[in-house]
Design a protein around this ligand. Structure first.
Ligand code: NAP
Length: 252
């Protein structure tokens, strides 16, 4: 094992949905650990780019809309064109739609399942093919508390994130012997755009805070350390694991 098993110097990491929130937190943490970062976003991720470059590593942006599988191959090939390799994929981009199950629309089902699960799988496939050719890599999928729990009024989100947990294990089973580590991070309640509606709802906000042993919402930064660990040599014997980073929510 390397002298510092968490060192990512010389590695290239691709982070989806990197313009904001958890994706930005992970991109900056991987950069601090020494990785060059490819950021995918559908809006200009200039703030993340600056934060990454401030760590003394290289950043490259690939613009892509992840509502369909169309850009998956291009994202991986542009990454390799830019930096010559791909070692780490973080599937972070995701959306949520809220409605009662009785009223839930097909559009709200398809939009969430497509971005959160279908595109995630085909990006794993495109990256996995490249990593298999090059002797290995690390894939980190962003799951959720709703990988473990049912949630309420978020039918397609729960289905998609439960699927992310299952797919992470399936891919680990198929690819561990190829040197590709596939794991997931299940963030607890993190203060981002994704949870703005919950934070703004004073009853739900109070109920959530009462249940978090750490007594606060998480910050995108709180997820970064787990991503560095799972991307690094320190996690080389960790496969198919869904790591909760939740301030103790699931322990309650
Ligand atoms: P966020 O701030 O809304 O970030 C979501 C990211 O995904 C944004 O960069 C967004 O881009 C991108 N994205 C969504 N749809 C896209 C598309 N069609 N094409 C390209 N990019 C797209 O929310 P977040 O909380 O950081 O969420 C990041 C991940 O963590 C998601 O998978 C989410 O489900 C998961 N998660 C969040 C929490 C939490 O408490 N916040 C908890 C568990 C899991 P735009 O900015 O352009 O929309």
């Amino acid at each position: 094992m390397a002298q510092n098993p968490f060192d990512l110097s010389g590695k290239v990491a691709l982070v989806t949905g990197a313009n904001t929130g958890i994706g930005q937190g992970i991109a900056v943490a991987l950069a601090k650990a020494g990785a060059d970062i490819v950021l995918t976003a559908r809006r200009d991720p200039s703030e993340t780019r600056q934060l990454v470059e401030a760590q003394g590593v290289r950043a490259h942006v690939v613009m892509a809309d992840l509502s369909s599988t169309e850009p998956c191959e291009r994202i991986v090939s542009e990454t390799v064109e830019a930096f010559g390799r791909l070692d780490i994929l973080v599937n972070n981009a995701g959306i949520i739609r809220r409605n009662d199950a009785l009223d839930f629309t097909e559009d709200d089902w398809d939009a969430v399942m497509d971005t959160n699960l279908k595109v995630l799988f085909f990006l794993c496939q495109a990256a996995g093919r490249r990593m298999a050719e090059n002797g290995g890599g690390s894939i980190i999928n962003i799951a959720s508390m709703l990988t473990f729990q049912g949630g309420i009024r978020v039918a397609s989100y729960t289905a998609s994130k439960s699927g992310v947990g299952g797919l992470t294990k399936l891919l680990a089973n198929e690819w561990a012997a190829k040197g590709i580590n596939v794991n997931a991070i299940a963030p607890g309640y993190i203060a981002t755009n994704n949870t703005a509606a919950l934070q703004a709802d004073s009853d739900r906000n109070r109920q959530i805070l009462e249940r978090i042993p750490a007594g606060r919402w998480g910050e995108p930064d709180d997820i970064g350390g787990a991503a560095v660990f799972l991307a690094s040599d320190a996690a080389r014997y960790v496969q198919g694991h869904v790591l909760a980073v939740d301030g103790g929510w699931l322990a309650r």
